[in-house]
Design a binder for this molecule. Structure first.
Ligand code: A2P
Length: 267
C-alpha cells in the first residue's frame, strides 16, 4: 500500500526535498544530492534558493547553482562550509534522509541561451564557482553548439580542486555526453597558494598568453570564443575588463552576447 500522507517534517517545511547523499571533499567543501520536485524544470547553469528552517520559523535561504544537468533525476549542489555562516554552519551537517528547502524558481545568466553561436565555450571559475559548470559540462547542448568546451578552475589549494577533478574523470563515462566530451572537453585547473602542476590566477594566465599557449589556441577573440565566468566579485570584474578590452560584449537571457558572468554565491 502506498502511504500518501505527507511526513510531519514535510508538513512544517514547504518545498522540502530529501537528502539522498552527502560527500565531504575536505574540511571546507561538500556536495550533496537531493530529490527533485516532480514539476521542477530548469536550464543547465541556473541557480535556485535553497535552505533550512530558521529558529524563528522563517527559512534561511541562499542562492545555489544547480550542479546537475537539466536531465538529471536528482539535484546536486556544491557548497563551502563557513563555520559561523547562518546557513552553511548547519547545512554542512545534513545527512541522507534529512530535508532541505529547495525553491522552485530557477534563474540565472550562465545559460547557453545567453550566448551567441561560437566555436569554443570557455567556462572560467574559481572555488565553488565551478558548480554551474558541473551542470553545463554534462549538458548535451554544450557539445552540440561548440567544437571545444574548456573548463578552468582556480583554487588556493590542491584539495579544493578535487570536486572538479572528479567530475571531469566521470564525464568521459557519461552515457549522454561521454563520447562528445572525450573529443571536445578540456579541464584546466590551477592553484595559487600551494604548489601544483599548474599554478597562477587565470587572469594572469590569460594576459600572459600562457593559457592559450597551453591549450593550443592561437586566435582567442569575440569572433570564435564564448565565455562564461563564475567566481568572486574581484575575479568577475577583472575578467570582464580583460574580455571587454578584447572586444567581447556581455550577454543576457534577453540579448545573447559573447560572454556572461555570475557571482559564485555562497562565500
Ligand atoms: P589568490 O590566492 O591569488 O587570491 P578565494 O578563495 O579568495 O575566493 O579565491 C579563490 C581563487 O581565486 C584563488 O586561487 C584566488 O587567487 C583566485 N582569485 C581571487 N580573486 C581573483 C581575481 N581578482 N582575479 C583572479 N583570480 C582571483
Amino acid at each position: 500500500m502506498n502511504d500518501l500522507q505527507p511526513t510531519k517534517t514535510a508538513q512544517t517545511m514547504p518545498d522540502a526535498q530529501t537528502v539522498l547523499s552527502v560527500r565531504h571533499w575536505d574540511d571546507r567543501l561538500f556536495s550533496f544530492r537531493v530529490t527533485r520536485p516532480a514539476s521542477f524544470r530548469f536550464r543547465s547553469g541556473e541557480f535556485v534558493m535553497i535552505g533550512l528552517p530558521g529558529e524563528n520559523g522563517r527559512p534561511i535561504l541562499r542562492a545555489y547553482s544547480i550542479a546537475s544537468p537539466f536531465w538529471d533525476e536528482e539535484l546536486e549542489f556544491y557548497s563551502i562550509k563557513v563555520p559561523d555562516g547562518p546557513l552553511t554552519s548547519r547545512l554542512q551537517k545534513i545527512e541522507p534522509g534529512d530535508q532541505v528547502i529547495v525553491k522552485t524558481k530557477p534563474t540565472g545568466t550562465l545559460v547557453l541561451d545567453a550566448l551567441l553561436p561560437g566555436k569554443r565555450l570557455w567556462m572560467l571559475s574559481t572555488g565553488t564557482g565551478v558548480a554551474p559548470f558541473a551542470s553545463l559540462m554534462r549538458e548535451p547542448e554544450s557539445y552540440e553548439k561548440f567544437d571545444r568546451v574548456i573548463l578552468t578552475q582556480t583554487c588556493r589549494l590542491n584539495s579544493e580542486l578535487d570536486y572538479g577533478a572528479d567530475l571531469a574523470r566521470r564525464l568521459v563515462e557519461d552515457p549522454l555526453v561521454g563520447e562528445a566530451a572525450q573529443e571536445k572537453f578540456t579541464r584546466y585547473a590551477t592553484t595559487t597558494r600551494e604548489t601544483s602542476d599548474r599554478m597562477g590566477r587565470i587572469t594572469d594566465l590569460i594576459e600572459s598568453g600562457k593559457l592559450l599557449e597551453d591549450l593550443g589556441v592561437g586566435d582567442f577573440g569575440p569572433e570564435k570564443d564564448r565565455v562564461m565566468i563564475c567566481g568572486s566579485m574581484g575575479l568577475n570584474q577583472d575578467l570582464k575588463r580583460i574580455l571587454e578590452a578584447r572586444g567581447f560584449g556581455e550577454g543576457a537571457n534577453s540579448r545573447p552576447g559573447e560572454y556572461v558572468v555570475e557571482r559564485a554565491f555562497v562565500d
